[in-house]
Design a protein around this ligand. Sequence first.
Ligand code: PLP
Length: 380
Amino acid sequence: MKVYLDNAATTPLAPEVIQEMFSVMQEKFGNPSSIHSYGREARSLIEQGRKYIAGLFNVTPGEIFFTSGATEANNMAIRCSVRDLGIRCVISSPIEHHAVEHTLQELSQHGKIKLVLLKNAGEFGEVDLTELEALLEAHKNEKLMVSLMHANNELGTINPIKEIGELCQKYHAVYHADTVQSVAHYDLDLKEIPVDFITCSAHKFHGPKGVGFLYINNRIKINPMLTGGSQERNMRGGTENIYGIAGMVKALQLSYNNLEKERQYITSLRQHMIDKLKSEMPGVEFYSDLDHNSLYTVLSVSFPPCDFAEMFLFTLDINGIAASSGSACSSGSSTGSHVLIALGKNGDRPAVRFSFSRYNTREEIDYTIEKLKEMYMVKA
Ligand code: PLP
């Protein structure tokens, strides 16, 4: 049996998305910037997609910019804000995705910003609002940006995006939220959430790789990061990835049209795994919040120390099970997970992130548990 439980890393394309992209590839090859009918058809497809996405987040189409994914979108939000808005101090956390973390570190190393990191994460890495407010207060005389992710990709922990946004508003700080792991799984009404930038990557929800978008609140005026043609209303040069955009829009439609049903289904799979791990695997602990405040798609599990810790993922893989290392010092990586290290979870317990999608089944979870029991030689 082959079981894919690494959906926070990437997801398989939905068949409907493949179909949609295939038909666009066959029928719409025009350059969206061309004025003839081929170009106009491609342009219209892109603008319909933009309008649909804007509707999902209750914003205007002019606030959505297509990118090559979330790494580009996060870079654009941060780098262009620092360059064009006079941002001198950025408040962030030590458990951001590398697309944010490394960008901020680089800017800090080059003396472009003062980087201030939150220290007092909660048990699951959640932002402490009191600490955030204290930092905002301490730096209120500087031009401030806050970059804090909505949901953590390793632990699943969800941050209070609305409350963070309200604090940013109070202190006139620009707020960038990496929403890669929550888009397509949660409703995000940006009229209710005071945020300046959110980011998205389509391959996290059964769309294609290499495409995503950046939302930029109308009040923010920045210049492009990628200069070139006048695409994306002069904000991102480069011929648009129309196949990717069409695929992303289809994937969003599939997700948002079935949001509640999918949430229930995936939550029940995750709960099934939690129940089985608790009852059948002695010594297992969880790094994800099991009660509330966690993505229903992610479960970070800490297993008892063992002599095959370095080979844990490899052994799972040999058994046909794909998952990710959440371990502080994992095989193949000299540094380990910066997220677990930041939270002080860097002992000798192997940590594995299992992440789920609509295509997983209970049988796959049962199979995974059986294999884990075999690895630990737990008696049936
Ligand atoms: N942010 C988060 C939270 C992610 O999980 C990822 C992907 O792993 C990214 C950003 C970067 O996305 P991409 O590699 O598609 O640009």
